[in-house]
Design a protein around this ligand. Structure first.
Ligand code: 13P
Ligand code: SF4
Length: 351
């Protein structure tokens, strides 16, 4: 629930209840000023704030009207009746909000806030793939830009990739662009996956006689690709009772060595539901802080040298500037938006 108090002092007191173990008093007071001002402006602008689960605790636990994973936030973006959507997340998420709610002003508090997966593939790459595999449906992870979604038949998120693949009645699907998410989905659904090869003259099919059902792409999340089975073994040696959760953007070897794999919201729910003394999250480090703030009795281990630089671009200061200056407005060309919307809506209809 967002903190919405009538004074800075009352805002500070509420924040202290949630964050006293994580932030010193002086910093909390500074943040309380920002939270108070953001909430005031939010009403003035008739805005809704959506916050991804990776936002830092001082932001995550105070200003979002809705917090969640990519799938939950895209549903909220489609439903809102506010004039302005402030997206505390990365650009592809804000773009998805604009695709679904074109009449709203969609603001991203940082100019870039990219994503290594979204950068890993272009619309031209998808057109080439479709030429190489004519008639094969294209499923694209939401972690892509609008022009890539526009070339796709379906979108999916980490929370519903499995269901989207099972829903499609076809012998083969093209699944883009995350190599590891594709590998995890292939494993779960018992499908075989191949990867086209990029040569000097363009893309070609791999030289392989295996009967395959999924065609992937070699994009990776720069955060999740860094976690290794060795990390897991080392932590288990030190804490034999630890419960380990890995996001499906981690390699299939890492998810296999973990106790649970799911979207960011599925991981939060798992920690809340499963009784254990300590947990290790293999994902952006802030999420461990956010879970610890809401579940003080649970010990959260984290490997915090691995951070998402893009998600970490979004701060309370930037969110305030975003509402003050109505920046940075997300625009998607109408022809691309209409095509991309089809793929996103098909996903939302499935689950
Ligand atoms: P979720 O949809 O699981 O929140 O994942 C988004 C993301 O970017 C993970 O790195
Ligand atoms: Fe992209 Fe990875 Fe950051 Fe998620 S954690 S936004 S997939 S770079």
């Amino acid at each position: 629930m967002p903190i919405d108090e009538p004074t800075i002092q009352a805002t500070f007191e509420q924040m202290q209840k949630r964050l006293a173990k994580l932030l010193p008093k002086a910093e909390l007071y500074e943040k309380a000023r920002l939270v108070y001002e953001i909430n005031r402006l939010k009403k003035e602008r008739n805005a809704v704030i959506l916050g991804h689960n990776y936002m830092e605790p001082a932001l995550y636990t105070t200003i979002p009207d809705f917090a969640g994973d990519s799938l939950e936030l895209s549903r909220k973006a489609a439903e809102t009746d506010k004039d302005v959507i402030v997206f505390c997340g990365v650009r592809f998420m804000a773009e998805t909000a604009k695709i679904l709610s074109p009449d709203k002003t969609v603001l991203l508090p940082a100019k870039k806030a990219g994503c290594s997966l979204a950068e890993s593939i272009t619309a031209e790459d998808v057109r080439e793939l479709k030429k190489l595999y004519p008639g094969v449906p294209v499923v694209t992870y939401v972690n892509t830009y609008a022009d890539v979604k526009a070339e796709s038949d379906y979108c999916c998120t980490s929370g519903n990739a499995h269901k989207v693949i099972e829903h499609i009645d076809a012998d083969k699907v093209i699944f883009l662009p995350d190599e590891y998410l594709a590998g995890n989905v292939a494993k779960e659904t018992g499908k075989t996956i191949v990867f086209p090869v990029k040569g000097a003259t363009g893309l070609r099919k791999p030289e392989s006689n295996i009967e395959y059902a999924m065609i992937g792409w070699k994009g990776r999340c720069e955060v999740h690709e860094q976690f290794t089975v060795e990390d897991i073994e080392n932590v288990r040696k030190q804490f034999p009772d630890v419960v380990i959760l890995a996001h499906p953007e981690c390699s299939p070897e890492v998810t296999a060595a973990s106790d649970f794999s799911g979207s960011t919201s599925a991981m939060i729910k798992y920690v809340q539901d499963v009784k254990a003394d300590r947990y290790l999250l293999l994902t952006e480090c802030s999420m461990g802080d956010n879970i610890a703030a809401e579940n003080p009795q649970k010990e959260m281990l984290r490997l915090c040298s691995v951070r998402c630089p893009h998600m970490n671009e979004i701060t309370l200061e930037d969110t305030l500037a975003s509402l003050q200056n109505m920046q940075y407005q997300i625009e998607v060309p109408e022809d691309i938006r209409i095509k991309a919307r089809r793929a996103v809506e098909r996903m939302l209809e499935i689950v």
